[in-house]
Write a protein that binds this ligand. Structure first.
Ligand code: BGC
Length: 279
């Protein structure tokens, strides 16, 4: 599945997010990296959060700056309350405010149930779910303080939660991960309902199989790719840009009336492809 359609063409409107400040967590690699770069291309200033991989994160910030906007790499563990508070305050101090949060940082610690340790369970819930809660809470304080600035955006703030197709597809051997993403779904909807009257838009993206380090085993051999392709009606693996472009759209005023939605960006993985020939 070496993507016969090739990599996505770059079609980002350069002024779409002009003047906005975006925080992307877990932005040193994979989906977070592509999203941070795309937001920069759309005119936003970007904070590239990372917890490991300082050099990669600096390189991402450098690449974003080459598009004529500001960018900086901030280290913080999103599952640590103190570090999230410090990171958000630093961003407000150095960038003036925050308009967009892409709560992307996430990880997998896979094991069959009887072999999964409590530490593996907790690490995944702490990073994937609690991390999003902490970041959403801190940026919301700033959104509420600042309110709507009409020249910048119709909304007081935008939060995009990175979920997964596994917010609805059960996934044997990954109970911690699937549970964390199911939690993200309900957290996102609840926050969207709570914050909409304050003109804060909360939405989620649910990626399918995207070519990133998290799922290398699923795509780096021909056998694995063939197996994976059976699950994807559109018959190609996703590229990080597929998610990044969705995030740019959701963060922009083009999507101002989209509140509490989960956008599945998965090549049809959630269409029950097994039923194409059965049932
Ligand atoms: C997981 C990947 C997986 C994909 C589709 C993602 O959320 O992180 O490992 O390939 O879902 O199953």
């Amino acid at each position: 599945m070496s993507s016969p359609q090739g990599r996505p063409r770059d079609v980002i409107p350069p002024q779409l997010l002009k003047g906005q400040k975006a925080l992307v967590t877990g932005a040193n690699s994979g989906i977070g990296r592509a999203t941070a770069v795309a937001l920069g291309k759309a005119g936003a200033d970007v904070v590239v959060n990372y917890v490991t991989g300082a050099e990669e994160a600096e390189a991402v910030a450098e690449e974003i700056r080459s598009h004529g906007v500001r960018a900086a790499a901030y280290e913080a563990d999103v599952s640590d309350e103190g570090q999230v508070v410090t990171m958000t305050n630093r961003m407000i101090e150095e960038f003036g405010t925050v308009d967009i949060l892409v709560a992307n940082a996430g990880l997998q610690r896979d094991a069959p149930l009887t072999e999964m340790t409590l530490a593996q369970w907790r690490e995944v819930i702490d990073v994937n779910l609690t991390g999003q809660f902490l970041c959403a809470r801190e940026v919301t304080k700033e959104f509420l303080r600042r309110g709507v600035v009409p020249e910048v955006s119709r909304a007081a703030g935008k939060i995009i939660c990175m979920s997964s197709v596994h917010q609805i597809i059960p996934w044997a051997g990954h109970v911690n991960y699937a549970a964390s993403k199911g939690g993200v779904q309900m957290m996102m909807g609840t926050l969207a309902q709570e914050l909409a009257p304050k003109k804060i838009r909360v939405n989620a993206i649910a990626p399918g199989a995207i070519r990133t380090p998290i799922n290398r085993d699923a795509w780096n051999t021909p056998e694995a790719r063939a197996e994976l392709q059976r699950l994807i009606p559109y018959e190609r693996i996703g590229e990080p840009e597929d998610i990044a472009y969705a995030a740019v759209g959701l963060a922009s005023d083009l999507f101002d009336y989209v509140v509490g939605a989960t956008l599945f960006v998965d090549g049809g993985m959630t269409l029950f492809p097994g039923f194409a020939t059965g049932g």
